[in-house]
Design a protein around this ligand. Structure first.
Ligand code: ARG
Length: 258
């Protein structure tokens, strides 16, 4: 995770970002701290990367890399405003403990667009990561990659429209995907939880599951009820300040799979 010490909305690279609307770094930090505490209470080991002044979106650590089996593919951002974040992640992972670290050749926004679904990678494209990046991920990690196309600009990263809940279990918002991708998802994940528009619109799918506990934005009450029906334990987090930059629970979290 990355403490939002320099959080602000100073540019707009997704429809949620309105630089004219006031934001509070203090509120952002307090909300982020609430999420951090939730993860610690759930027993996770949380590592921190130092925030860099001038990189207000760095709080969205999910975008920094993809980490599977100790191998690290560091992001290559689409927009120049976030470009310098890659160097910070290369430096952090370069401190050691990883079997291989390199930066992606093609535009690849890390776990924003690449979600590990136990043995296979679900990969988003349409707004940020290029489809050439999907092939690069397949080669680098030696895993099957299922490409999915996003079509609604509000859901510009895969992790805003789909979350992996556990082995072969996902939840997603169908209308965020192209008809072809919707068909792929329906066929591959027939017992997925399908989110309503109202829950997707408060970023309810930007959630993190450990297989039982699912941390998700507090406002996604319909989705929380659905999760409960399916045997999960939803835990609501308030990250409304960070949503002004188009991010929430999952965006703030990069999973380190050793
Ligand atoms: N403002 C950031 C951007 O547009 C938000 C990133 C959210 N991260 C995520 N994993 N979806 O890039």
């Amino acid at each position: 995770m990355c403490r939002p010490s320099y959080f602000d909305v100073t540019y707009s690279i997704n429809p949620w970002m309105a630089p004219d609307r006031p934001t509070s770094a203090e509120t952002g930090l307090a909300q982020w701290k609430g999420l951090f505490d939730t993860f610690v209470e759930l027993g996770h080991d949380v590592e921190l990367i130092e925030p860099v002044p001038g990189l207000p979106d760095m709080v969205f650590a999910a975008n920094g890399a993809i980490v599977v089996d100790g191998k690290v593919l560091v992001a290559r951002f689409r927009h120049p405003q976030r470009g310098d974040e890659s160097a910070a992640y290369l430096e952090w992972f370069g401190r050691g403990g990883w079997s291989e670290v390199r930066q992606a050749r093609y535009v690849n926004e890390g776990e924003g667009d690449f979600l590990w679904a136990g043995g296979e990678m679900l990969a988003g494209t349409g707004f940020r990561s290029e489809s050439r990046a999907h092939a690069e991920v397949r080669e680098f990690f030696g895993c099957p990659v299922t490409g999915l196309t996003l079509v609604d600009p509000r859901f510009y990263h895969l992790d805003t429209a789909l979350a992996v809940l556990g082995d072969r279990k996902i939840m997603y918002y169908p209308a965020a995907f192209s008809p072809e991708s919707r068909a792929v998802l329906a066929e591959r994940f027939p017992d997925a939880i399908l989110a309503e528009e109202s829950d997707a619109a408060v970023f309810g799918l930007n959630a993190l599951s450990d297989g039982h506990n699912v941390v998700l934005p507090r406002a996604a009450t319909g989705l929380a009820a659905q999760l409960r029906e399916h045997g999960y334990r939803p835990l609501g987090a308030d990250l409304t300040e960070l949503l002004k930059a188009g991010g929430s629970v999952k965006c703030c979290t990069l999973e380190l799979r050793t």
